[in-house]
Ligand binder design. Structure first.
Ligand SMILES: Cc1cc2nc3c(=O)[nH]c(=O)nc-3n(C[C@H](O)[C@H](O)[C@H](O)COP(=O)(O)OP(=O)(O)OC[C@H]3O[C@@H](n4cnc5c(N)ncnc54)[C@H](O)[C@@H]3O)c2cc1C
Length: 401
């Protein structure tokens, strides 16, 4: 599956940070992590921390899937508003999902500190604003619901948003104290390098092509001709899980991103806040730690990579126009534009758990605008399951829910 256009910013910025060999001889491990994006890197980090003999393989170069194209906003706010999620899955599951993402931001910060990351992890406020007057009522309802659930939120009206953030046409919004951003590509590489030194076996350009699921272990054949005997597999294969699982569980679409030249003025004003809105598809914005302004949005409801990439120039112009509308006194000097496949689930929640067709295995599929924070929660879940423990989020993130 073609997951992204050429030259997403993070790939250009970081280059080929590390390259690992492909696997050509048979091997054995406790845990085989399939996929070396941000999810696989986090899961492998947890498995090494828990003391398992762990191997990670990726069919591409490390982190050349969605994790190189992401905008890496770290939000506790799920694509489905809390009040709607309560209607869909009940109060307990909905609030627990928001709380899990809330905690995940701090957990990621702790990991970044622990491994002495230079991936620019930083905590930020998050402003979720009404793009249309008609959205104000439900957004206020969302504000009340979040407040009642104990999240630290403040309502800002149109004038307050204009004064504080100089955003035009924001008809009111929720300001949250919890949010963050990072360079996920860089962080994934750092995590793998850190754990490689602690014994994590890493092979890229090594595709898993066949698995014999036995009673107590799996025999995993790679395209390079090796067989890996693994007690457990953790599939962290991102959107390519849709090629493995027969039932449909996620809608794949195309998303577009642009990043400005280094711009001191924009950076200084917006470095502490994530900004997103209620438009459909929504627009979301953040700064990068090297002083740029990043915008994502303009999603299209198809995945076709040729069609997707042909639209990049047009989408770049549309995103710049949207910026101009919100910030009429500022100029956006675009430096890079790219596109990526993006996934939306029916409730905005991820799919993390076992699947009946894959014995001795777990999937960690952190989809949507919270893909990264969900993957952090996935670490905790996989860790508990491997120890035979239960996890609160199991039923809410399960296949077939
Ligand atoms: C434009 C865009 C914006 C986004 N914005 C945000 C955001 O702001 N915040 C957020 O949290 N999330 C965001 N996301 C989502 C987020 O990027 C993803 O959830 C995350 O990158 C998924 O990481 P992953 O490691 O699961 O998948 P990937 O990075 O795709 O990694 C999966 C890996 O599995 C490998 N693989 C697949 N099959 C096999 C096989 N058979 N054998 C070996 N290896 C295999 C692939 O080569 C790939 O490297 C965005 C995504 C896009 C595209």
């Amino acid at each position: 599956m073609d997951l992204k256009s050429n030259e997403p910013f993070w790939l250009v910025k970081n280059g080929l940070r590390a390259s690992y060999p492909s696997l050509h001889s048979n091997a054995e491990c406790d845990i085989l992590v399939v996929g070396g994006g941000i999810t696989g890197s986090l899961i492998a980090h947890q498995c090494i921390r828990d003391g398992y003999k762990t191997m990670l393989i990726d069919k591409r170069e490390i982190c050349n899937g969605s994790s190189s194209a992401t905008t890496s906003m770290l939000q506790y706010e799920i694509d489905t508003p809390l009040y709607k999620l309560i209607e869909m899955v009940g109060e307990k599951g909905a609030v627990a999902s928001y709380e899990a993402c809330y905690r995940a931001i701090d957990q990621l910060g702790e990991i970044a500190t622990k491994i002495k990351s230079e991936a620019g992890f930083s905590k930020k406020y998050s402003l979720y604003f009404a793009a249309f007057k008609k959205d104000v009522d439900w957004l206020q309802k969302e504000f009340e619901t979040r407040k009642e659930a104990g999240f630290e939120v403040k309502w800002l009206d149109e004038q307050e948003i204009l004064k504080k953030y100089n955003i035009h046409g924001a008809y009111g919004g929720i300001l949250s104290t919890q949010g963050g951003s990072v360079d996920a590509f860089c962080l994934a590489h750092e995590l793998l390098q850190y754990n490689h030194k602690k014994g994590l076996m890493i092979y890229d350009k090594t595709e898993l092509v066949h698995v014999d699921y036995k009673r107590r272990f799996n025999l995993c054949t790679t395209a390079t001709g090796a067989v890996i005997k693994a007690k457990r597999i953790v599939y962290c294969v991102g959107y390519e899980s849709t090629n493995m699982i027969k039932e449909k569980f996620v809608d794949l679409l195309s998303s577009y991103a642009i990043i400005s030249e280094v711009d001191e003025t924009l950076y200084r004003q917006y470095k502490d806040v994530l900004i997103w809105n209620t438009a459909k598809p929504y627009l979301y914005m953040r700064t990068s730690d090297d002083g740029r302004f990043l915008i994502d949005g303009e999603d299209e409801e198809f995945r076709n990579p040729v069609k997707r990439d042909a639209l990049i120039g047009k989408k770049e112009q549309k995103l710049i126009k949207a910026f101009k509308k919100l910030f009429p006194d500022k100029t956006f000097y675009s430096d890079f534009a790219w596109a990526g496949t993006f996934g939306e689930t029916k409730d905005g929640l991820p799919y993390i758990g076992e699947h009946p067709d894959f014995k001795n295995s777990y999937f960690v599929c952190g989809f949507g605008g919270n893909g990264i924070t969900f993957s952090v929660t996935g670490m905790e879940m996989v860790s508990d399951w491997l120890k035979g423990k239960k996890h609160l989020m199991t039923p809410y993130f399960a296949f077939g829910r």
